[in-house]
Design a protein around this ligand. Structure first.
Ligand code: CO8
Length: 258
């Protein structure tokens, strides 16, 4: 599938999606968000894809929603178009894991896009922020809610009300990113993590993802009850037999997704 604002390559079970609007620091416009949804549709449908990596350039993961496209919109146009929410829903409903590999700026909608992914690997040059306050607005793709859940109220308020950026070290310290790597190793590290995930049982991977997300939406006891039921259900799959037999026989498992 050919895109104008993305470059997509699939190798060894991993779909690598690069945001590609260098002239605008990968600002998210309607075309890019539409193409991202289409790329995810294709990755979801492709049995060869076990994991997706979303990345930008060395300078910018994405510097936010496209301000130039948005500036003159009316309330009616924003409400009717809904392309930000449509893309966000597509990512939220994507069942395979998505890793955000972030180098440089992840601001506004760019930070929100990274947070919509399942986890974030950051380069030591990464800068996160929700600077919408400087434009007289606020985050609109889940940032007020997700950043608060990631880093807690105090830091989320600080970030959103002052519009300041957080560097990679602060982002890791506060739980926004899972790990930091040198900028020139970012893609290798993210792809290695993605290949590891893609080699696992896709059924167990989907259930793990579903359950971690459940933790955000429900109480501890309800979440644990769902976990118990799904844990038992894993024993209906050949992959559970294969995984445990491989351990006992001291060999690598060959998961089949059934
Ligand atoms: N939108 C459009 N164009 C952008 C954006 C953006 N978000 N960010 C950068 N660009 C463009 C610049 O205009 C410039 O283009 P040109 O060369 O034609 O002037 C080019 O990218 C390079 O940018 P700079 O020259 O500014 O590069 P610097 O290295 O000097 O600065 C910064 C980099 C600090 C990242 C700076 O570009 C910046 O502050 N960008 C804006 C960051 C921002 O405010 N992001 C939030 C946007 S609002 C948002 O994301 C809301 C999301 C919710 C929407 C929900 C709707 C329902």
């Amino acid at each position: 599938m050919a895109f104008e604002t993305l470059i997509v390559e699939t190798n060894e079970g991993v779909a690598l999606v690069r945001l590609n609007r260098p002239q605008a620091l990968n600002a998210l416009n309607s075309q890019l968000l539409g193409e991202l949804s289409a790329a995810l549709d294709a990755a979801e449908a492709d049995p060869e894809v076990g994991c997706v990596v979303v990345t930008g350039s060395e300078k910018a993961f994405a510097a936010g929603a496209d301000i130039k496209e948005m500036a003159d919109k009316t309330y009616a146009e924003m409400f009717a178009a809904d392309f930000f929410a449509k893309a966000a829903r597509r990512i939220e409903q994507f069942r395979k894991p998505i890793i955000a590999a972030v180098s440089g700026y992840a601001l506004g909608g760019g930070c929100e896009l990274a947070m919509l992914c399942d986890f974030i690997i950051a380069s030591d040059t990464a800068k996160f922020g929700q600077p919408e306050i400087n434009l007289g607005v606020m985050p609109g793709i889940g940032g007020t809610q997700r950043l608060t859940r990631y880093v807690g109220k105090s830091k989320a308020m600080d970030m959103m009300l002052t519009g300041r950026m957080m560097d990679a070290a602060e982002a890791e310290r506060s739980g926004l990113v899972s790990r930091i790597v040198a900028a020139d190793k970012l893609l290798d590290e993210a792809l290695e993590a993605a290949r590891k995930i893609a080699a696992q049982s896709p059924l167990a991977v989907m259930m793990n993802k579903e359950l971690v997300n459940t933790a955000y939406e429900t109480t501890l006891s309800a979440g644990v009850a769902v976990e118990r039921r799904l844990f038992h259900s894993l024993f209906a799959f050949e992959d559970q037999k294969e995984g445990m037999a491989a351990f006992v026989e001291k060999r690598k498992p060959a998961f089949k997704g059934r």
